[in-house]
Write a protein that binds this ligand. Structure first.
Ligand SMILES: Cc1cc2nc3c(=O)[nH]c(=O)nc-3n(C[C@H](O)[C@H](O)[C@H](O)COP(=O)(O)OP(=O)(O)OC[C@H]3O[C@@H](n4cnc5c(N)ncnc54)[C@H](O)[C@@H]3O)c2cc1C
Length: 382
């Protein structure tokens, strides 16, 4: 049984974050989306609000909240802030860069990188995908050749969120391709290292307010101290990071679904056709009811996995199910919101179609829906 009652502290944090997001993060969103513009000021404002440190130990500048409280705040952020690109990028750094450093980093790495990321001064990217290795992530080509005092990296990472503005890149390379997944090794690379090129941002369908690009390593020397974990531990580190990412990266999108539903109900009550509010037509109200059920389903999965993590239980199956369910339901509700808004839903100026474009990315990143099904099937012994 999942108790979704918020504690007083959670309710207050949630209210506070919603007010912050509504007041400070909405400025010129349609224009920024249209121009694919990333606004550093908004990132820094979120950092000042404490968002990036919610789940990080106090020792490194964080607030050390549990997963349920963190998710509650991140859901509030998505409710108050319609900028899904920004909320995704924040979640990406929190779960796929900061969390692996907290879990697998040396004390020196934690002290060096976490406080700066939490303060919004350092941007972190997670770079795994390559041209020939997407879903089959461990078949990567990027090489890490051992040399005196470190490694030389060569390879190209693609579709990397925040890459064009990143300061720190958590990346993966093989020290020996014949070892398969046991050769995959994780590195924390500083983006100003010699031999790294951060290519300019790619134009994309949605999530345009957060930049994405390629990272190229060309004879890039990284010292031994850049290793995250041991040589050959990269696949386990990646798998662990994906459990967190798949569990929580959609927290804010659940908040977006709640906002989307409220807007849609309001519109359906106001818009009149055939002499009455369209909400009175049963096909319209049924669609809204389905949106509500999908929102609550998404929420249940999200809080269930958060609770499991707080109980130190393995979330492998629940993480894959949460990612699959929430991403697909956000996509479905985004399309339904457009259907109910009619022509208004289709025009860019009202921002309703933006959610749909943003939601499509969700069924691809962090492992496509097919891959989540594959993970679940594997865990079911199929
Ligand atoms: C918005 C966005 C943000 C991203 N951010 C990052 C990032 O920050 N860092 C990063 O490293 N990567 C990132 N990615 C890359 C993302 O993780 C990959 O695109 C994704 O894993 C799929 O890989 P691919 O594009 O190569 O597709 P492929 O793996 O080539 O898949 C193509 C199709 O084949 C299907 N398929 C493949 N294998 C199987 C299988 N075994 N069973 C069934 N179907 C299969 C897939 O489901 C898909 O439909 C991002 C992508 C997007 C869209």
């Amino acid at each position: 049984m999942i108790d979704l009652t918020y504690t007083e502290q959670q309710q207050n944090l949630r209210k506070e974050i919603i007010m912050f997001a509504q007041e400070q993060l909405q400025l010129n969103l349609s224009e920024r989306d249209h121009l694919s513009k990333f606004l550093r000021e908004n990132w820094v404002a979120c950092a000042k609000q404490g968002i990036l440190g919610l789940y990080v130990p106090e020792k490194y500048g964080g607030r050390n909240y549990d997963a349920v409280t963190t998710v509650c705040v991140m859901e509030g952020l998505g409710y108050g802030c319609a900028d899904n690109g920004l909320t995704l990028a924040l979640n990406g750094q929190m779960w796929a860069v900061q969390e692996p450093i907290v879990k697998f980093g040396s004390e020196e790495q934690k002290q060096k990188y976490l406080p700066g990321m939490i303060r919004g001064e350092l941007f972190g990217a997670h770079a795994m995908t390559e041209a020939q290795s997407g879903s089959d992530a461990f078949s990567l080509d990027t090489r890490a050749a051992k040399v005196e005092g470190g490694y030389i990296l060569n390879g190209r990472k693609i579709y990397i969120g925040l890459a064009p503005v990143s300061d720190i890149i958590l990346t993966f390379a093989t020290i020996d391709p014949t070892l398969g997944r046991w050769g995959v090794t994780a590195f924390i690379v500083e983006a100003n290292a010699k031999g790294i090129v951060l290519e300019s941002a790619k134009s994309k369908m949605g999530l345009r307010t957060s930049p994405m690009g390629d990272v190229v390593f060309k004879d890039c020397f990284v010292p031994d101290s850049s290793l995250l974990g041991k040589p050959g531990a990269g696949a386990s580190i990646f798998a662990n990071s994906m459990e967190y990412e798949r569990s929580f990266i959609f927290s804010s999108h659940v908040g977006s679904m709640a906002r989307q539903l409220e807007q849609t109900i309001q519109f359906a009550n106001e818009r009149k056709q055939f002499g009455q509010a369209i909400a009175k037509f049963q096909t319209v109200s049924n669609r809204i009811v389905d949106m509500k059920i999908k929102l609550e389903t998404a929420r249940l999965f999200l809080y269930r996995v958060a609770r499991l993590i707080d109980q130190n239980k393995s979330p492998a199956m629940e993480a894959a199910m949460t990612k699959l369910v929430v991403s697909e339901l956000f996509l479905e509700n985004s399309l339904d919101a457009i259907r109910i808004h009619g022509g208004k839903g289709y025009l860019s100026e009202y921002g309703i179609e933006r959610d749909l474009r943003d939601a499509i990315g969700g069924v691809i990143y962090s492992g496509t829906s097919d891959i989540q099904r594959r993970v679940i099937a594997g865990l079911l012994g199929i």
